[in-house]
Write a protein that binds this ligand. Structure first.
Ligand code: HEC
Length: 307
């Protein structure tokens, strides 16, 4: 009997201690689990995620926004120009009018088939407040035709404004107007590529995902060589609608972007250049995430087209 009484009292003391510890955790005592982030760090990370999402919306909002309808007719502002012959949804993409370098007519889209004569957004990002940037895209837009609120949500517009305010970079600091990167280190870039891009997705040759089609394949090397500004934008924001990581969220430096771009320009741009690279095949992505019958340059990747 005595033994039972002792056992019960030990149990009682034990459970009371356990209870008080639990309460302590809940009532603001030392937390049971350590928290990885402070509220400030959490808010900071959340902002980076929103900036990168804004960048993806800028690229291709229809792939990012929830329940958005894809416009079929051309953008109402499209009539104000006649040099860019594209039509339909393409004319609704921010990048089509304002450029991958954010400089519009004063940048890479100042000539060629993408020329519209519309200005860029880089200056607006420097001069306008987030609220002003939001209103350019909303119902109160001075240019009524620039109102996107019928297509995307207020949250989307807020993320776009945040991207334009805090997410734009001046690529002219490290890419010439001809699109040549200046001062990049290919060796460091090759390391960055292997570590971040090759393994699961793009393969060692950057050819494991074809963004084009079988006839006209586009690989990492193609974009890096033909359109370094698009390359930088996509590396930073991530490819809309895919799991591609974002250099904005991962806080890459400009130097890292430059090194990666310099290396990526040495990768095959089309099937004929794959040559000795072919022994590397498609990296892990070849098995894990691609179509079973994929082979480099076959035009069968899992990625969406780069448009
Ligand atoms: C069809 C072409 C077109 C598309 C698509 C387009 N814009 Fe514009 N955008 C314009 C024009 C034209 C102006 C007015 C420029 C002016 O004031 O002369 C403008 C102005 C702006 C401005 C203000 C620039 C300034 O300096 O006053 C911002 C910011 C902007 N656009 C962001 C965006 C974003 C973000 C998107 C994508 C959701 C977008 N635009 C899509 C054509 C376009």
């Amino acid at each position: 009997m005595k033994k039972i009484a002792i056992a019960i009292s030990i149990l009682a003391v034990f459970s009371m201690t356990a209870w008080s510890q639990m309460e302590g955790g809940r009532m603001g005592g030392p937390p049971v689990y350590s928290q990885p982030y402070s509220p400030e760090q959490d808010a900071y990370l959340n902002e980076l995620i929103r900036i990168s999402r804004g960048g993806q919306l800028y690229d291709n909002w229809w792939k990012v926004a929830m329940d958005a309808d894809k416009p079929e007719k051309s953008h109402p502002l499209w009539m104000e120009q006649s040099t860019n012959q594209r039509s339909g949804y393409d004319t609704y993409r921010c990048k089509e009018c304002h450029g991958w370098d954010y400089l519009g007519k004063d940048g890479a889209y100042g000539k060629g088939s993408h020329f519209t004569g519309f200005k860029g957004v880089y200056e607006a990002g420097q001069k306008m407040s987030i609220e002003e940037l939001q209103s350019v895209l909303g119902k109160k837009a001075a240019a009524k035709k620039h109102d996107f609120s019928g297509h995307i949500s207020t949250d989307d517009i807020a993320d776009l404004a945040l991207f334009i305010k805090k997410g734009l970079i001046d690529t002219s600091r490290f890419v010439t107007t001809e699109g040549i990167p200046v001062g990049g280190n290919e060796r460091t870039g090759s390391y960055l590529f292997r570590r971040n891009c090759a393994h699961m997705c793009h393969g060692m040759a950057g050819a494991a995902i074809n963004f084009g089609d079988a006839e006209k394949p586009e690989f990492v090397g193609t974009i890096a060589s033909d359109n370094p500004w698009e390359f930088i934008h996509k590396v930073r924001a991530g490819q809309p609608g895919t799991r591609m990581p974002s250099a904005i969220i991962n806080e890459w430096s400009e130097k890292e972007l430059l090194d990666l771009l310099s290396f990526a320009r040495t990768l095959p741009r089309d099937v004929s250049e794959i040559g000795s690279w072919s022994r590397f095949r498609g990296g892990m992505g070849h098995r894990g995430m691609m179509h079973g019958d994929y082979s480099p340059g076959s035009g069968r990747g899992f990625g969406p087209s780069m448009e």
